[in-house]
Design a protein around this ligand. Structure first.
Ligand code: SAH
Length: 348
């Protein structure tokens, strides 16, 4: 069920302008700079009159109720579990690196795409978050990051961004225009919803596109990523090539390496052939599959992940082995389940 109340980050600048009708014009600038530059809560924007702060507090509460905060990697990975109105839950992950600070945002509570190896997919779909519920994840994580300014946003948390694209896009515009991140530092990751990729191509900002490919032939991808039956590889690659051509932004393929399933020489060869269809080329991000309760197969050992990377490079495809963060607090890729019970897979 969608929430009934409007929360603080649901309103764009224009809507706030209407709300502040009757106040001097500069109040809107003060409020906007307080919320989005200082990342302050309204109560702490002290250049606003107390009465106004109290009114904002009363009429426009925050949307995210903190449930737990888990810390890993000596404080460099923080996972937030939030409860939304109505009781559904989402998770957000803050990752601090020496040269950047990344927030991994949830675009949905749960997910309907049913990829068997993903904890979010195993738990199913709950509801679409609002724009405010998405933007607030970034604000809260950025507040937590403190002096370490958040530099990158990845829509790689729970959910399928393309299945909630209107809200994800409105949130992206706020993150870009108001929080001030460059489009080059914002990545939207999709399971491969072709109409979503096409819609994103026609949006004004050149954000990065990541596609969770995981298999380079339809027989295997149908099994791993069920939505492939609706949008098979050929149509997907076409949409990616088109995105790259129009936006001139890097397209990357995510490849979760599953022992004995998608880590053979033939997989690398098929993958490299797909990458060649994108000009100049697609980039591949490799990560060993993280364990989830509902999927029996394990990740490829790191040594073979590196060998697979070398093989791709020999075949002319750039590939990076991704560092895994927060596995011990279930914060790594595919592990976000927001404390929801998972449906155990019957596959063996
Ligand atoms: N629905 C979007 C956004 C989720 S991003 C998408 O599919 O792209 C989360 C990434 O983690 C996706 O690439 C997903 O395929 C990957 N993933 C899911 N389960 C995983 C697991 N157990 N181990 C490693 N990566 C996983």
């Amino acid at each position: 069920m969608l929430p009934t109340r409007t929360t603080l980050y649901d309103l764009d600048r224009e809507a706030f302008g209407e709300l502040l009708d009757g106040e001097p014009r500069y109040r809107l600038d003060q409020l906007w700079s307080g919320l989005y530059e200082q990342l302050s809560d309204p109560a702490d924007i002290t250049n606003l009159p107390k009465k106004l702060r109290e009114r904002l507090d009363r009429e426009l509460p925050g949307a995210l109720r903190p449930v737990t905060e888990s810390v890993s990697d000596s404080g460099d990975t923080v996972k937030f579990l939030w409860e939304l109105e109505g009781g559904s839950r989402v998770e957000t992950v803050l990752m601090l690196y020496s040269e950047r600070a990344t927030v991994c945002v949830s675009s949905q509570a749960g997910c309907a795409m049913a990829c068997g190896f993903c904890a979010t997919g195993q738990a199913g779909f709950t509801r679409h978050p609002t724009v405010g519920e998405i933007v607030e994840q970034v604000v809260r994580a950025a507040q937590r990051a403190g002096d370490r300014r958040v530099s990158n946003i990845v829509f790689m948390g729970m959910g399928e961004p393309m299945a909630n694209l209107d809200r994800v896009w409105a949130a992206t515009e706020r993150i870009h225009g108001d929080i001030g991140l460059s489009a080059r530092h914002i990545t939207i990751s999709t399971v491969g919803l072709v109409p979503g990729i096409t819609a994103l191509r026609d949006k004004p900002l050149p954000v990065n596109l990541a596609v969770s490919l995981h298999a380079a032939n339809d027989a295997l991808r149908d099994e791993l990523v069920p939505i492939n039956r609706r949008y098979p590889i050929d149509a997907l690659i076409e949409a990616c090539a088109d995105y790259l051509e129009v936006k001139n932004r890097r397209v990357s393929f995510e490849w979760a390496m599953i022992d004995g399933v998608n880590d053979r020489r033939s997989d690398a060869e098929e993958l490299a052939a797909l990458c060649r269809r994108l000009r100049p080329s697609a980039h591949v991000n490799l990560i060993p599959l993280n364990p989830t309760p509902g999927y029996p197969t394990t990740g490829t050992p790191l040594k073979r992940v590196h060998e697979f990377r070398d093989l791709l490079e020999e075949l002319g495809t750039n590939a990076t082995v991704r560092q895994n963060r927060g596995t011990d607090i279930d914060a790594a890729c595919g592990q976000l389940a927001a404390g929801q019970p998972v449906v155990l897979s019957t596959k063996s």
